[in-house]
Each structure stands twice: as C-alpha cells, then as structure tokens.
Design a protein around this ligand. Structure first.
Ligand SMILES: Cc1ncc(COP(=O)(O)OP(=O)(O)O)c(N)n1
Ligand SMILES: Cc1nc(C(=O)O)sc1CCOP(=O)(O)O
Ligand SMILES: [Mg+2]
Length: 208
C-alpha cells in the first residue's frame, strides 16, 4: 500500500466551480504529497464521475500523486485509482474492502472512537474524522467535534486520521497537535483566490 500523503484535496463539483483547474494548481505545488479524492454530487451520473476521475487520474499520474474516489468504488476500479472512501450511506467498510481488494487505499468516515474501531477492524486503512469545524460545503452534518473529538479517535485507532470539515491552514496546528496525521479540504483550496498559494499554506502548516 502506498504511503498516504497528509493533504487530501476533495474535488468541488458544485455549480460554478472548476475542479480540474484547482487540482492542476494544487498538484504543481504539492506533487506526490497530495491525495486527490474525486467527489461528485449525488446527482451526477456514473458517466460524469468516470469522466472526471479519468481526467483527475491523468493529472495526478506525472506527479505520482494518489487519486481516490468517494463513494463510487466501481468508478475507482474502472479507472485504476488507488482506492476509495466510504461513509455511513455507502457500502459497509468490509464490503468496500472486498470490492477494492486487500492492497487498495480504503478510507472510512468515523466521528467517534467506537465507529472508528469498527471501521479499522473491517479494513479501513485511514479514517476521515469530522466535521472538525463548521463547514458550508456540506449540509446535514452533526455538530463539529473540534480538535478534542479528533484526539478521541486518534487515541482509539492505529491508522492515520485525516481531519475534515472547515479545515484551514490556520486550524491545522491544533488538529496536528490533536494527533491528526493529515487533513482533507474542499473550500480552503477550491474557493481560494489563488488555489496554488492556498495549497502551499496547507502544506507548510502540515510540515511544521
Ligand atoms: C477524508 C474524508 N473524510 C470524510 C469524508 C466524508 O465521506 P461520507 O461520510 O461518505 O460523505 P460524502 O463525502 O460521501 O458526502 C470524505 N469524503 N473524505
Ligand atoms: C465532504 C465532507 N465530509 C465531511 C464530514 O465531516 O464527514 S465535512 C465535508 C466537507 C469538507 O469541506 P470543507 O473543507 O470546505 O469544509
Ligand atoms: Mg460517502
């Protein structure tokens, strides 16, 4: 299994966004130190997800950056991505592991130590833990768990914890101090005036 990069950029496919140019900008700065997770709207067709993922994979390849696919594991397999990410509404982690095979990267969402332990026992190779802070990117989330909630999960598991939800470069030090291995972001890069510069700030915060 490839070593996991600490910065995960999740594609922003909301109307008016340009996910490919954001991914391109982030890769020029972060290179192999980036995981790009392709996440499309629930209303997107599989064909749209497949086409976007193929394009993202082609951008990642020269940098040897890792490409993962959110939810749609058949798309991950079809394009040859490194793995996928599942949450409570997706395939159960054990089923996802069977689909992807033993060596793929498999992330699972966990918000508390109990579900985190279950996800790891079922085959998750990393955990996405949050929401750490309020976010305007996704609706319907529970209250933020903050760095203390991240710490509770970190103390319970032995896989990398990727903090997600309202993460900015300024918030990275507290999340790292809580034991987060890395962070996943949408808005901090996608809505930045300069996505390359925003990526550089996150990388710097993660390497301090
Ligand atoms: C790194 C990371 N962590 C959490 C999530 C959220 O996944 P999920 O709970 O399945 O919600 P959706 O993203 O599918 O709406 C994630 N994608 N990545
Ligand atoms: C897709 C997603 N999942 C979350 C979770 O907590 O499970 S938070 C989130 C959105 C993250 O976007 P931003 O970096 O703009 O806050
Ligand atoms: Mg999901």
């Amino acid at each position: 299994m490839p070593s996991l990069a600490r910065l995960h950029l999740i594609t922003d496919t909301r109307p008016g966004r340009d996910p490919l140019s954001v991914v391109r900008a982030a890769l020029t700065v972060a290179g192999a130190d980036l995981v790009v997770q392709v996440r499309v709207e629930d209303s997107a067709t599989d064909r749209e997800a497949y086409d976007l993922t193929r394009r993202v994979l082609a951008l990642c390849a020269p940098y040897r950056a890792t490409c993962l696919v959110n939810d749609r594991l058949h798309v991950a397999l079809a394009v040859g991505a490194a793995g996928g990410h599942v949450g409570a509404d997706d395939l159960p982690v054990a089923a996802a592991r069977r689909v992807l095979g033993p060596t793929a990267v498999l992330g699972a969402t966990a918000r508390a130590p109990g579900t985190a332990n279950e996800a790891v026992a079922a085959g998750a190779s990393y955990l996405g833990v949050g929401p750490c802070h309020h976010t305007g990117t996704k609706t319907g989330l529970p209250d933020p768990i903050g760095p203390a909630g991240v710490r509770a999960v970190v103390d319970a598991v032995d896989v990398p914890v990727i903090a997600i939800g309202g993460v900015t470069a300024a918030r990275v030090p507290a999340l790292r101090a809580a034991g987060a291995y890395g962070v996943a972001v949408v808005g901090a890069v996608s809505t930045a005036a300069d996505p390359a510069r925003a990526t550089a700030a996150l990388i710097e915060a993660l390497t301090c």
